[in-house]
Design a protein around this ligand. Structure first.
Ligand code: PLP
Length: 394
């Protein structure tokens, strides 16, 4: 049977195969065709499962969401177009005019901006408080406080939040607790076991793990919150691309191996920094010299994560020299890549602050943050030692 030429625009059916693909298929279709209006009714009314339009959901997002749900121990999580899309869905989904939100004062820069600048424009007030001190949160609570947003380990000073104290406070006062688990990941920390109502991630970072997909994740314990967040996200158009979801799901196959290796490397590298001439200070949550060591031990056990910060003597000349003497370590303001990356808060994430403000937060010009990857750790130690020596003349 020969088909007329104009049928080229018609989609052909997929070839039959008695065997199945091993790899998750990539489904880029934006629209889904139904058998009949009755079939569509059944779908919209929840009597039949299916997709209609990709902004409302697609299989690659579902597959990825179910995997992260499994790690976080929850149902019904949602994948969004970025970590910030997850923060947006949270704020716009659950808050309204007149509400007040409380956040940690060392939140991710854009989250902080959301609280300080975007929400107030819409009549939602925000206060930032010290997350290592539950009392400072208690003092900032108002009758209209509806939500607390917390990160477990802060960027880039790696302070450990008093999650236990703040979760108790939130519960006692009937305030929702949302935890951004990006740094700690579900392998390092289980927010729902510690009283969180909502968990979110930048999947762009450790979960995706290869710096090739920008995505976010959000889930909630209460199905009514899930529905609010879902409807808001779909209406605001915070939708992820199927290809990005496909890439991130592929990244997850190796997540546990990557995380464990990177964490072990980070611990070794932190100990090596402490012994390296020219290094003034090392920050790693499970080291005994970390300011929140006891809390880290209680909350995280041995799971200190893959992030290490350190400080060298000297000004911009020394920090330029360090970066240039480590050409194989990407100097890039992100984290969670399979390879080690180095960032310098004074010239990137915290450049908007004055040097005095940075000094108060413990980030001088010589302060660096390392997102440790899975490389051979001896190589990493040697590269960093050489770079620090070049920078500090030691
Ligand atoms: C990167 C990051 C975000 C934002 O995620 P994007 O995917 O870049 O939008 C939010 N929170 C934390 C802790 C992050 O590191």
């Amino acid at each position: 049977m020969t088909e007329p030429k104009h049928s080229l625009v018609r989609r052909t059916s997929w070839p039959d195969s008695a065997s199945r693909p091993v790899v998750t298929p990539l489904q880029p279709s934006v629209v889904y065709a139904s058998d009949s209006p009755d079939a569509l009714d059944a779908q919209y009314e929840g009597r039949a499962q299916g997709y209609t339009y990709a902004r409302e959901g697609h299989p690659n997002a579902t597959v990825l969401a179910r995997k992260i749900d499994g790690m976080e121990g929850v149902d019904g999580g949602l994948i969004l177009g970025s970590g910030m899309a997850a923060i947006t869905a949270l704020m716009f989904g659950l808050l309204g005019k007149g509400d007040h939100v409380l956040g940690g004062n060392q939140l991710y820069g854009r989250s902080m901006r959301m609280l300080r600048e975007e929400l107030p424009r819409l009549g939602i007030d925000a206060t930032l408080a010290d997350p290592t001190d539950a009392d400072s949160f208690a003092q900032s609570i108002r009758p209209e406080t509806r939500l607390i947003l917390l990160e477990v380990v802060s960027n880039p000073t790696l302070r450990v939040s008093d999650v236990t104290g703040i979760a108790k406070l939130a519960k006692d006062r009937g305030i929702l607790l949302a935890i951004d688990n990006t740094f700690t990941t579900p392998r390092g920390f289980q927010p729902y076991d510690q009283g969180a109502d909502i968990v979110l991630h930048s999947v762009t970072k450790l979960l995706g793990g290869h710096s090739d997909a920008t995505l976010g994740y959000i889930s909630a314990r209460d199905p009514a919150h899930r529905k609010r967040i879902y409807d808001t996200a779909v209406t605001l158009g915070l939708t992820p691309s199927p290809f990005d979801c496909w890439l991130a799901e592929r990244g997850l196959y190796s997540f546990e191996l990557r995380y464990d290796r990177a964490e072990q490397n980070a611990r070794t590298l932190a100990d090596a920094f402490a012994e390296t001439p020219g290094v003034k200070r090392v920050l790693y949550p499970t080291r005994p010299d970390h300011p929140d060591h006891n809390r880290a031990a209680a909350l995280l056990g041995e799971r200190g994560g893959n992030m290490v910060s350190f400080e060298i003597e000297g000004g911009r000349d020394a920090t330029n020299a360090l970066v240039q003497a480590a050409p194989n370590i990407a100097f890039a303001p992100t984290l969670g890549d399979i390879g080690t990356t180095l960032s310098h808060p004074a010239s990137s994430s915290h450049r908007a602050l004055s040097s005095d403000e940075r000094a108060e937060l413990g980030m001088s010009e010589g302060f660096f943050r390392v997102s440790v990857g899975v490389e051979d750790v001896d190589l990493l130690v040697a590269e960093f030692r050489a770079a620090i020596a070049a920078a500090t003349g030691t």
